[in-house]
Design a protein around this ligand. Structure first.
Ligand SMILES: CC(C)(COP(=O)(O)OP(=O)(O)OC[C@H]1O[C@@H](n2cnc3c(N)ncnc32)[C@H](O)[C@@H]1OP(=O)(O)O)[C@@H](O)C(=O)NCCC(=O)NCCS
Length: 143
């Protein structure tokens, strides 16, 4: 597969693959998100293009946290069910790692839900080391 930058035209397929992650979203909503993120200097959205079909996508981000400084993160990664196990996820992760490294950072972080044991095995296989376990909290805001 060829790893390339996502474009607006990928919105429908990216939305479809987002459903696999458990966050169903319409192509229109995905197109709006893409529009903003594709302009962002601190984000990269890459796709694995298999002869015209997008087999997977990844979102990498560099953010500055007051307490921790600048850090590189994989914010989302998904490979289509029927394309797994052929190195697509690894290629996407490596492309983000290269992007983060080229911006002067020495590490990449990823948070993976405990309900996705397959992704834990994947990350460990490609060199990531678990360094922290957290709880995620959310408060619903009344309108
Ligand atoms: C996790 C995911 C991205 C892996 O993508 P993939 O393209 O199948 O992974 P690769 O083929 O590049 O695998 C790279 C290595 O990890 C290993 N690996 C991948 N999935 C694995 C699994 N479920 N169990 C054990 N090892 C696994 C592969 O065997 C390979 O090792 P090798 O190089 O020694 O052969 C894919 O399964 C996926 O999209 N899952 C659902 C979404 C998800 O969990 N995303 C991550 C959340 S942040």
């Amino acid at each position: 597969v060829e790893i390339r930058k996502a474009t607006r035209n990928d919105a429908a397929r990216l939305a479809e693959l987002n459903g696999v992650l458990g966050y169903p979203v319409t192509a229109e909503v995905m197109a709006e998100r893409l529009e903003g993120l594709l302009k962002s200097e601190t984000d990269t959205i890459l796709v694995a293009d298999d002869d015209g079909t997008v087999a997977g996508w990844i979102h990498g981000r560099i953010q500055e946290i007051l307490a921790a400084g600048r850090m590189g993160e994989i914010c989302g990664l998904v490979v289509a069910d029927d394309q797994r196990g052929r190195g697509v996820g690894r290629q996407l992760a490596e492309a983000v790692e290269k992007w983060v490294h080229s911006r002067g950072l020495e590490s990449v972080t990823v948070r993976s839900n405990v309900v996705r044991p397959e992704s834990h095995a994947f990350y460990e296989r490609i060199g990531y080391v678990r360094f922290k376990t957290q709880h995620a909290y959310r408060k619903k805001l009344s309108s």
